[in-house]
Ligand binder design. Structure first.
Ligand code: NAI
Length: 700
């Protein structure tokens, strides 16, 4: 947790040791500061090396201390950097593996820097909606030149040390070590060689100018504006670097601090920081310890080579895991494989995949019509028709043939995973793996935990999800799991809005302006309106008392299933995806209103957004309360990675917190008064009432 201090002859070495990436937490900062003090007080020491143990020089701020008083307790990062800069004896940063954020800023406060090849160097604060806050915007341009530094600060992307070292005139690295292994030894020798140098070089004393000055910054601002629509931080990075070229160093530092602090309070930065933490939290399951032994997943079986089966297979092939794909008929197999090939070929054409990689992936794919060929796979994922009878046959067969310990997963989107598990004599090995379409693209994977799913099965599939680069979120068993259960309420609201006077295009426009990738009606046309129709029919008996707009059914009765039939809520020109408002649909909705005796009214965009988003929030609160979701931030991850919820708003739960749960509840009470809406649904969930009474939000 802290830094180690050791003297090698006349050179003191301070080694940060705070696994995994030597985050600059309080104990680590204290350790470095006390090392500097010791070294300066020891007459035998002539120079100082600062480095990091293990896998990093330093990855920057310690995420465990995010938002806690420890993060800013003295010595804070700024004072620590000053202590390096003001050290009477030369301080040499010995950089390897990772120097990011505060880690790089610390190195910039040292008098000299020596780097090992292969080190990733970055100022990634912009990814959290911030600018570097400990001198990064003022010092990096002084050592790398304004343009390179600004590119790094605005993108937040890491750059390899050897690339930076090749830049003409760069002053970031005084020397490159010949290898990571010899770094420390070379750093000590280097420190010795500069032990007598006075005055000591300081980055703050270097000039900072751009030859085109204002014109360059104007250009940079225009570039950034196009790239970062909803986020203020990138433009602020430009401001801060421009200040570095115009003001004295200390004034620049003060300006950087002010911009940093202001950004901290923006909803966009809060959203990005929330997502950063939420992503990490989602991979943890409360009652499944992290060291739970995992089963090995070396071969995967996929049943059904339709829309989902093909995409699911691609995920594993991409990760180098062999897949055996099973179908009922050879034609279906051929079709499925052809689609996989087509997808890969499109990637090759776009230059996103190399030909040899494509061939390598295809060579991992085997096809079969026989369950015998699946029996030795470690994980088998079923993606057959959404009918309980079909699933039953598949799982009974699997139970008979699969080796002991194999994990049996279903990609069902609406069926009861406990019931599916009951078709086997090994319900502990059964789990839901709910991929989203297109399964090779969408990040989200809902891991559906059955009543009897074993902990090591959960630990194994969470691990496998990481390998195939999915964001896995655990859901309990319920109709629709987390995501689709919530979207049902959102879709119902979209329908009521049509009944009451809105057009599909108005609803879509309002929610897209809010930031959703696609409004509900354009989305319906893309996914196929017949899917929802089939689900509504199936549920008609189960939920006879559920009120919903009949417009979607009437649309399907007209055969307007969406893009695939050339017409849905919108009209489509052949081969094109542009949604054109439809007169026929408008008339259908008008006739429906007339029939139902509804006098249309003008509905504001604000009301549209509130009803759609708060419908998600109220259902989510029930989901949370029932323990279907483990935590509010998991629900946000589902919506951010699977449903196109705007990133800059941080997900429905964080958005509700930012609006204020009290205000959300007031709006729900208003909606309850609307006779065209569903007053029962708008009864605020008990959890919302409780949190409002306690003055809290979903996220504390
Ligand atoms: P699909 O109709 O495109 O593909 C199903 C495939 O399974 C067909 O190729 C069919 O020949 C094959 N099949 C049917 N019974 C079989 C059996 N007994 N043995 C072997 N193969 C069999 O269906 P899709 O869309 O791929 O859906 C599959 C599953 O994934 C369903 O449970 C669905 O609810 C779920 N799902 C679908 C999503 C979607 O957007 N399409 C999203 C998430 C889940």
């Amino acid at each position: 947790m802290t830094a180690e201090y050791k003297v090698h002859g006349d050179v003191a070495v301070i080694t940060m040791n705070n696994p995994p990436v030597n985050g600059l937490g309080l104990a680590n900062r204290q350790g470095i500061a006390s090392g500097l003090e010791k070294a300066n007080a020891d007459p035998a020491v002539k120079a100082i090396v600062v480095t990091g143990a293990g896998k990093a020089f330093s990855g920057g701020a310690d995420i465990k201390e995010f938002g806690s008083p420890k993060a800013i307790a003295e010595p804070n990062l700024l004072s620590l950097i000053l202590a390096c800069e003001n050290s009477a004896k030369p301080v040499v940063a010995a950089i390897h593996s990772v120097a990011m954020g505060g880690g790089l800023e610390l190195a910039l406060g040292c008098h000299y820097r020596i780097a090992a090849p292969g080190a990733n160097v970055a100022l990634p604060e912009v990814k959290l909606g911030l600018i570097p806050g400990a001198g990064g915007t003022q010092r990096l341009p002084r050592v790398l030149g304004v343009e390179t530094a600004l590119n790094m600060i605005v993108s937040g992307e890491p750059v390899k040390s050897e690339l930076l070292a090749q830049l003409p005139g760069q002053k970031l690295f005084d020397k490159m070590a010949s290898s990571p292994e010899s770094l420390l030894e070379e750093a000590i020798a280097f420190a010795r060689s500069v032990a007598g140098t006075r005055p000591l070089p300081r980055v703050r004393d270097l000039p900072c100018k751009h030859p085109q000055g204002d014109a360059y910054f104007q250009f940079a601002r225009n570039m950034v504006k196009g790239m970062a629509k909803n986020f203020p931080a990138p433009a602020k990075c430009v401001d801060a670097v421009e200040i570095a070229t115009k003001k004295k160093f200390d004034d620049g530092m003060a300006a950087e601090r002010e911009i940093f602090t202001n950004l901290m309070f923006t909803p966009e930065s809060r959203a990005l920081r929330h997502i950063f933490m939420a992503e990490r939290a989602a991979s943890k399951i409360g009652d499944v310890p992290e060291d739970t032994p995992k089963r090995k997943i070396e071969r995967v079986g996929v049943i059904g080579a339709g829309t989902m089966g093909g995409g699911i297979s691609m995920n594993f092939l991409n990760a180098g895991i062999p897949v055996t794909l099973l179908e009922m008929k050879q034609e279906a197999l051929d079709r499925g494989v052809a689609t996989i090939r087509k997808n890969y070929e499109a990637q090759v054409k776009k230059g996103k995949l190399k030909q040899d990689k494509y061939e390598q992936r295809m060579s991992l794919l085997k096809t079969t019509l026989s369950y015998d060929d699946l029996k030795d796979t470690d994980l088998v994922i079923e993606a057959v028709f959404e009918e309980m009878g079909v699933k039953q046959k598949v799982f009974e067969t699997l139970d008979g043939v699969m080796k002991q310990g194999a994990i049996l997963a279903s990609n069902t989107s609406t069926l009861d995973v406990n019931k599916i598990a009951s078709f086997t004599k090994r319900p502990q090995d059964v789990v839901g793996l709910h991929f989203f379409s297109p399964a090779n693209v969408m990040k989200l994977l809902e891991v559906v935990r059955g009543e009897k799913t074993a902990k090591d099965v959960l630990a194994t599939v969470m691990d496998a999800a990481k390998k195939i680069r999915k964001t896995a979120v655990v859901s309990g068993v319920c109709d629709g799991f987390i995501g689709n259960r919530m979207i049902e309420q959102y879709s119902r609201q979209a329908g009521f809005l049509l009944d009451e006077g809105a057009t599909p295009q108005q609803v879509d426009r309002a929610i897209e302006k809010f930031g959703f990738a696609m409004g509900p009606f354009r989305m319906g046309d893309l996914a196929g309106n017949d899917i929802g129709w089939a689900i509504r029919k199936r549920r008609a008996t189960e939920r006879a008392d559920m009120k919903y707009s009949r417009t979607a059914d009437k649309l399907c009765e007209l055969g307007r299933f969406g893009q695939k039939t050339g017409a849905g809520w919108y009209d489509y020109r052949e081969g094109k995806r542009d949604a054109i408002p439809s007169k026929l649909v408008e008339d259908m909705i008008a006739a429906h209103r007339k029939e139902a005796g509804i006098e249309p009214r003008k509905i504001s965009d604000e009301e549209i957004v509130q009803r759609l988003v708060f419908a998600l929030v109220n259902e989510a609160a029930h989901i949370l309360e029932e323990g279907i979701a483990q935590r509010a931030s998991d629900i946000d991850m589902v919506y951010l990675t699977g449903y196109g919820f705007p990133i800059h708003r941080g997900g429905p739960m964080l958005y509700a917190d930012q609006v204020g749960l009290f205000n959300v509840m007031q709006a729900m009470k208003r909606f309850q008064q609307n006779p065209r809406d569903d007053a029962k649904f708008w009864e605020p969930a008990p959890l919302i009432k409780k949190l409002v009474a306690e003055g809290k939000g979903f996220n504390g």
